[in-house]
Ligand binder design. Structure first.
Ligand code: FE2
Length: 371
């Protein structure tokens, strides 16, 4: 057995955006997250601001440059639009995890570093991922303050009356890459992080008469489940939605973050009331669900009412729904997922429904036709 990295699951996701305050407002109002931390000039940090939002074990950081000195942030946003810069993994020992990942072929983005103040210290290091993204190793066990040194209590309280969304934690994070890049990144993650491939959607598995994609899912082999699907375009008559993403994002990057909920009907009811827009499925989807004889605990008419997708996976089943892209470009979106009766994987039926749904919106944007 290979040496363990000491992975302890997802910690946070960080977005680089044009206006962190507006994005924080949306995450608070629409998703029901709480603003619990702030970093900026008032906390002694020049040139940028970050808002930390949490709900249960879900942790999101939203960061903007507020002057051109923070070129790393502003250049990311200029090129890619608002999007995920990095996702992080808690580790038992940052130096050990980083050294082992390097030994196994990872590309360094930032060497291990300790950040400290009177409340203690945290340690962080980062690996390169896709064109311009990062995987961060973090350990915050020895820090008593808010999140990381530099963060303080929110200056302006973004306290909004909103429905309780019940969102719980990150389930998986998905990347979109170019043709022939999927295996490169699958091998990279499997090697550097001791991950393994556990699902392979090949040619024809996810497609319409017009377009297609290929997808592989890699997952951790130690500690809590860390799942990372990677998609690449596949040849079709028209442009694949993964190609559209690459064109609009100007490169490879994070397509969606899936958030788990223990009660998807309650969550989707709350998010719809909060104004979140979701991809839609045709009403006939629920007729075929009945015909396929799915044994689900939930009332199918309730699933239909809220537009929730349902798919058998292993001995259990998955309930899922995907938001429309949340920013201006058709790039990043959220997924809401509930895993029932031990379902661990990703249902092909729901993936196909997502693919068709995005393709309908893609046609509306006029980017289904090859240029
Ligand atoms: Fe997903």
């Amino acid at each position: 057995m290979s040496e363990q990295l000491g992975l302890l699951g997802y910690d946070y996701v960080e977005f680089y955006v044009g206006s962190a305050k507006m994005w924080a407002y949306w995450h608070a109002k629409a998703l029901g997250l709480k603003v619990v931390g702030y970093l900026g000039p008032e906390t002694g940090v020049k040139g940028k601001v970050s808002y930390l939002l949490e709900l249960n074990n879900l942790r999101v950081v939203i960061t903007s440059a507020i002057n051109p000195s923070q070129y790393e942030i502003s250049s990311f946003v200029e090129r890619h639009g608002d999007g995920v810069k990095r996702w992080s993994l808690k580790v038992t020992d940052v130096n050990k995890a980083f050294d082992l990942a390097m030994k196994n072929g990872a590309i360094p983005a930032r060497e291990p570093k300790r950040f400290e103040n009177s409340e203690g210290y945290i340690e962080e290091a980062a690996l390169k991922l896709y064109d311009d993204s990062e995987i961060v190793f973090i350990n915050r066990d020895n820090y008593k303050g808010i999140f990381k040194p530099g963060f303080g209590k929110p200056i302006q309280k973004i306290e909004i009356a909103t429905e309780d969304s019940g969102l719980e934690a990150i389930d998986h994070i998905v990347g979109n890459v170019r043709t022939n890049e999927m295996d490169l990144w699958v091998n990279y993650l499997n090697k550097s992080l001791n991950f393994e491939t556990f699902i392979d959607f090949g040619p024809g598995d996810i497609s319409t008469q017009y377009s297609a994609l290929l997808s592989k899912v890699v997952r951790s082999t130690e500690g809590p489940a860390i799942k990372n699907p990677i998609n690449e375009p596949y040849d079709g008559l028209k442009k694949s939605q993964i190609e559209e993403y690459i064109d609009e994002y100007l490169g490879s990057g994070i397509q969606h973050v899936a958030v788990i909920t223990p009660d998807i009907i309650k969550t989707i009811a709350a998010l719809r009331k909060n104004g979140v827009e979701f991809l839609s499925v045709p009403p006939s989807y629920y007729d075929t669900l009945k015909e396929r004889g799915f044994e689900v605990t939930e009332d199918i008419s309730e699933l239909k009412k809220y537009g929730i997708l349902c798919d058998i996976e292993g001995k259990g089943y998955l309930l899922q729904l995907f938001t429309k892209p949340i920013g201006d470009r058709p790039t990043f979106f959220y997924e809401i997922i509930q895993r029932r009766k031990g379902a661990q994987g990703f249902g092909q039926g729901n993936f196909q429904a997502l693919f068709e749904s995005i393709e309908r919106d893609q046609a509306l944007r006029g980017s289904l036709d090859k240029k």
